[in-house]
Design a protein around this ligand. Structure first.
Ligand SMILES: C[S@@+](CC[C@H](N)C(=O)[O-])C[C@H]1O[C@@H](n2cnc3c(N)ncnc32)[C@H](O)[C@@H]1O
Length: 429
């Protein structure tokens, strides 16, 4: 299953969040699911290194349609060098699986490659030290980009992107409070501690299946990284206000905004992808919250806006997602350098289109889960330069770092995902 999921990402360009849940549903929650996840994440996270090793071990290139054999060899390598699988099991199981993948002819090839890897371990280690893409396990364009934008922090960023992310919860304040929920977790034998920066958060010592969380189905709690939870505090929507969440799916931040206001917000949640909008409705339903949901293009308000201005707007813009690679390692394989330019244009268009919808004296929070300067501080700076009534509201916080505009959290800082925030006020009262 791990080989199939990784193949779906690498050959068909599917996202991990599409491909993995489909496979996971075929397994009972528990150790088998956890192991599938570990293998899939490992194969994607270390793909650039495993590719370099494969090239060294298999000199005859495989045909495109035999890519699953390449993934199978890489799974064996991952078992040998990253997991505690006994060597004989790693090799024998991979060889056996060649038949299961409908390619019995590949058994010899898999066996040869993995036995070679055991013999030539020192050479593989040298590749992992000498070649940057293998060493940092990132594609070249991303290494260049991170080095250009974050010369001092690049290696820490690569390491954080390759680390396992914590499972962080957000307690639904409309239903319970953090200390009461922490007691419930304790009673269920789940170790957790309050997050450092997000007041409604609890960080679990170990990931668990959501079904094991007390009251999950009843909406007492959601899974959301601390960095993402900072959005609602920055928007700071007050009960009774009219709020637009312009890029809403899957609805984590929409829900948090409403929870913080005790359920008393007039929220419009816009999402361009109708399938993803369903997830916003599901999120709200589970949490017992209400909002108006619209499948629409936020860049074209004339097609959906009722003409009444909003007190607050959250623009959690589509982005390169380079801040959340530790949770979505498929980004390393699916994104291209050229995607960034298109994303920046979309971010600019969204800001330009939504600004007129904000009331005078209102607040717009621009957020991305990117660490690319062009998508963050540069977008906001260009916007302020071209909009006389846009005033930056400095974020006074103990998280992240102040940028020319807004604030940036790099991945792993404070244990959080990489995120960027800027607050803009509209002049006038
Ligand atoms: C970063 S995600 C939002 C995450 C969400 N705010 C949350 O916290 O759960 C960006 C979303 O914007 C949507 N999107 C992209 N372009 C859009 C547009 N022009 N109008 C509305 N939504 C858009 C994407 O489909 C994606 O679901």
């Amino acid at each position: 299953m791990a080989v199939e999921v990784v193949d779906a990402v690498r050959r068909q360009g599917r996202s991990l969040s599409q491909a993995l849940p489909r496979a996971e549903r075929q397994l009972e929650p528990g150790p088998a699911r956890a192991l599938l996840r570990e293998r899939v994440y490992g194969l994607l996270r270390y793909a650039p290194r495993l590719d370099a090793w494969l090239d060294a071990l298999v000199t005859q290139p495989l045909r495109a349609r035999d890519a699953p054999v390449a993934r199978l060899i890489q799974l064996g390598l991952y078992e040998l060098f990253f997991l505690r699988t006994p060597d004989y099991a790693a090799v024998n199981e991979a060889v056996r699986l060649a038949g299961l993948l409908g390619r019995p002819w590949a058994a010899r090839l898999v066996n040869g490659a993995l036995r070679n890897a055991q013999r030539r371990e020192a050479e593989l280690v040298a590749i992992a030290e000498r070649v940057d893409t293998a060493r940092f396990a990132h594609p070249e364009w991303l290494i260049d980009r991170v080095r250009a934008d974050w010369p001092e922090d690049a290696e820490a960023v690569f390491a954080a992107n390759n680390a396992r992310a914590p499972m962080t919860l957000r307690v639904n304040l409309a239903m319970t409070d953090v200390s009461a929920y922490a007691d419930l977790l304790h009673g269920a034998g789940i170790a957790a501690s309050p997050g450092l920066y997000a007041p409604d958060s609890l960080v679990l010592a170990q990931s668990v299946d959501v079904e094991a969380l007390p009251g999950f189905r009843e909406g007492w709690v959601s899974v959301q990284d601390e960095a993402a939870q900072l959005a609602a505090g920055l928007v700071n929507a007050l009960p009774g206000q009219r709020v637009l969440d312009a890029c809403a799916a899957p609805g984590g931040k929409t829900a948090h905004l409403i929870e913080r206001a005790g359920g008393k917000l007039d929220v419009t949640a816009v999402e361009i992808d109708p399938d993803r909008l369903v997830r916003v409705s599901e999120t709200l339903e589970r949490l017992g919250l209400q909002a108006q949901t619209l499948a629409a293009d936020a860049c074209l308000p004339e097609t959906w806006w009722d003409g009444k201005s909003y007190d607050c707007i959250l623009l959690d813009a589509p982005c390169s997602a380079t801040g959340v690679i530790r949770r979505h390692p498929d980004i390393k394989l699916l994104r291209r350098a050229s995607d960034i330019e298109a994303t920046v244009l979309r971010q600019q268009a969204l800001l330009d289109a939504l600004w007129p919808l904000l009331a005078r004296g209102g607040r717009l929070v621009y957020a991305t889960c990117s660490i690319v300067l062009d998508e963050n501080t540069h977008v906001v700076d260009r916007f302020i330069q071209t909009h006389a009534d846009a005033i930056e509201w400095p974020i006074d916080a103990d998280w992240g770092r102040a940028m020319a505009r807004g604030r940036q959290i790099l991945p792993g800082e404070g244990g959080m995902d990489g995120f960027y925030y800027a607050c803009l006020h509209k002049a006038g009262t």
